[in-house]
Design a protein around this ligand. Structure first.
Ligand SMILES: [Zn+2]
Length: 330
């Protein structure tokens, strides 16, 4: 018999942060720890940091840890727990992370791609509840995807499926981190929005965007304001009525919409659930993006789909990874 108070440990390993959390059977986060990812120290340093973070997360938790669910930003072969590569985690080539963590924790470990984990989280506890056909999209620094087809996460043959950020939307577009050109991610991610903002500010267009840029607490002193520019500062300037910021978001929405149309045509989903930092822009970004998708997608498929924002926010990855662990314990 499983103790009713038992928990699993969910860990979300991203290119900037590691989130560890004890999660109960209802998907509730009991306690957590958030720490920076020491990317420069490679797999050994990152794995040591995961261990420390996980131990802090469960420090005050008296309940038994049954298993570990790990979400990783990269190409993950979930069947054997190997991270093959990750654009945001340099040096992570063919790392047997599941084996490493299983020997440290002495518990079963289940590893999955981070966007797939977030899709499972939304399916079980968020905007995807009761929905059998939906596509989950993280619009953040990059673009990730999780496909829920016929009620289950679809990972593909090896676990590398759902990389919607790397569908080509401009055959001669800018070079992407994956080596291809004109991927959706290089044109519609938060990084793309920042790149375009920098280009237009550098060309001398009048704007108040830089006045909203503040170096992050603890960041390098004296960093130029333009280095601190990000999607959030562009959004803040747009809310303040800045013409360039509004134009940048509208231009960005065009590319977001082109990708959404492809997704609607390929999958005929019941819902498209949009998460990640850029989804915080709400209608300002999503309304024109959805209008662009409407112009391009099959009318019948477009009429069938509902576009929704994700519900679990930054916790989606740990909650989904924990749900995977619970499922595998059954
Ligand atoms: Zn790409």
């Amino acid at each position: 018999m499983m103790d009713l108070n038992s928990v699993v440990l969910g860990i979300d390993l991203g290119g900037t942060k590691i989130l560890s959390a004890a999660v109960d059977r209802q998907g509730k986060v009991i306690c957590r720890d958030l720490t920076a990812t020491p990317v420069a120290s490679g797999p050994p340093g990152v794995i040591a940091t995961i261990n420390e973070s996980a131990r802090r997360a469960i420090r005050h938790n008296p309940n038994d840890i049954k298993a570990v669910g790990l979400a990783v930003a990269g190409l993950v072969e979930s069947a054997n727990g190997i991270v093959h590569t990750s654009p945001n985690l340099p040096g992570w080539n063919d790392v047997s992370i599941t084996l490493e963590l299983a020997s440290t924790f002495g518990k079963p470990v289940f590893t999955i791609n981070d966007a797939h984990a977030a899709a499972i989280g939304e399916l079980k506890y968020g905007a995807g509840r009761g929905c059998r056909h939906f596509i989950f999209i993280t619009l953040s620094t990059g673009i990730g995807g999780g496909l829920v087809l016929d009620g289950n996460i679809y990972e593909g043959f090896s676990g590398f499926g759902g990389e919607i950020g790397h569908m080509v939307v401009d055959d001669d577009g800018p070079e992407c981190g994956c080596g291809n050109r004109g991927c959706w991610e290089i044109l519609a991610s938060g990084k793309a929005l920042e790149r375009e903002a920098r280009r237009r500010i550098a060309s001398g267009e009048p704007t108040s965007i830089l006045s909203y840029c503040r170096p992050e607490p603890g960041g390098e002193p004296g960093r130029a304001q333009i280095d601190c520019l990000n999607a959030k500062t562009i959004h803040t300037a747009a809310i303040g009525g800045d013409i360039l910021a509004l134009e940048l978001i509208k231009h960005h929405a065009y590319y977001v919409g082109v990708g959404l149309a492809n997704i609607v045509n390929i999958f005929n989903p019941e819902r498209v659930i949009i998460g990640g930092g850029l989804s915080n822009m709400g209608d300002l970004l999503l309304k024109p993006a959805i209008e662009e998708a409407a112009r391009r997608a099959f009318k019948q498929s477009f009429k069938a789909v509902r576009f929704m924002t994700a519900e679990l926010g930054a916790d989606a990855g740990v909650i989904g990874a924990a749900a995977l662990a619970w499922k595998n314990l059954m």
